[in-house]
Design a protein around this ligand. Structure first.
Ligand code: PAF
Length: 292
């Protein structure tokens, strides 16, 4: 299906989204889906690009999902530049933009949540209790509404991508999930909607995450395989950055999320840290170049 800068169709009701998607599917289009919370940046746009390569029609959702924010988190101040997002989505060739309200997504009397299980309680889940249940619940709903052939997720949220893949497999969602590489600024900072919160000096300190990950990747490249020693190399980088408070630095299996005593090519180094009021996560796959 041709996509032009003016062709994006905006829908905010579930019934309208289903009808619009059914119409393109009836023309034989393969549906690609990019779920987002908006505040679109080049990282999101690269996911759309990938979706366009994997499908004929691209659906994007923008929904700041209250269920995945803890009571003290940034739900209220999360950026919501909807008109700018719609313009960008249109420019990069999104065909259908689904922007439901909270009332539309979560009707009164709602009783069901999707549980991420024990893998949702480690790393990000240990710091953000209930976060992944909120993510899986909304993603399951979005998958049911959109019924995509392929969904594109960003690897920056590695644990999220792994849990969504597990959910799709365990609950028999009939779709393919593609996990696309992290997009970075020239100096290595992973793109994130939350980067907008930084002061100039915090922005500089935030580089400690990628520097620590790259130090670990370099040690792995030089032959270090001991998971604990690799973690220590990463953690040491934080010692000099007083304002960065490390939540975790670990070398894990990217699918099971369990610590790897012996790192292998394809193991993930994952990190989360706070800079002032902003919490950042990042990761790197050891032995791969595409995130360096
Ligand atoms: O990564 C995000 O933006 C969100 O967690 C997602 C997958 C859109 C679910 O709300």
């Amino acid at each position: 299906m041709p996509s032009t800068a003016t062709s994006v169709q905006r829908v905010s009701r579930i019934a309208d989204a289903r009808a619009a998607i059914a119409k393109v599917r009836a023309d034989g289009a393969r549906i690609g889906f990019v779920p987002t919370m908006g505040a679109l940046h080049r990282g999101h746009l690269s996911l759309v690009d990938r979706a366009r390569r994997e499908s004929d029609a691209v659906v994007m959702s923008i929904f700041v999902n209250p269920l995945q924010f803890g009571p003290t988190e940034d739900f209220g101040r999360y950026p919501r530049p909807l008109e700018e997002d719609a313009r960008l989505a249109s420019e990069v060739g999104v065909d259908i933009l689904f922007t439901p309200s909270s009332d539309e997504m979560y009707r009164d009397g709602r009783a069901t949540i999707v549980s991420a299980g024990p893998r949702g309680e480690v790393w990000e889940g240990a710091v953000r209790p209930g976060h992944f249940d909120g993510v899986l619940t909304v993603v399951a709903k979005l998958f049911n509404i959109v019924q995509p052939d392929v969904a594109i997720l960003g690897r920056k949220d590695l644990q999220q991508a792994s849990l969504i893949q597990a959910m799709a497999r365990d609950l028999d969602f009939d779709l393919t999930i593609v996990v696309a590489p992290t997009i970075r600024e020239g100096d290595g900072l992973a793109l994130s909607s939350r980067n907008a919160y930084f002061s100039k000096s915090e922005r500089g300190d935030a580089l400690v995450l990628i520097r620590a990950l790259r130090a670990v990747a370099a040690a792995f490249g030089a032959g270090e395989r001991d998971g604990r020693r690799l973690e220590d190399i990463g953690r040491q980088r934080f010692a000099d950055v007083r304002r960065a408070s490390l939540d975790y630095f670990a070398v894990v299996n990217p699918m099971t999320l369990e610590p790897e005593p012996r790192a292998e090519r394809g193991s993930a180094a994952i990190v989360a840290a706070r800079l002032g009021a902003t919490r950042l996560i990042d990761n790197i796959i050891l032995g791969e170049n595409d995130q360096d």
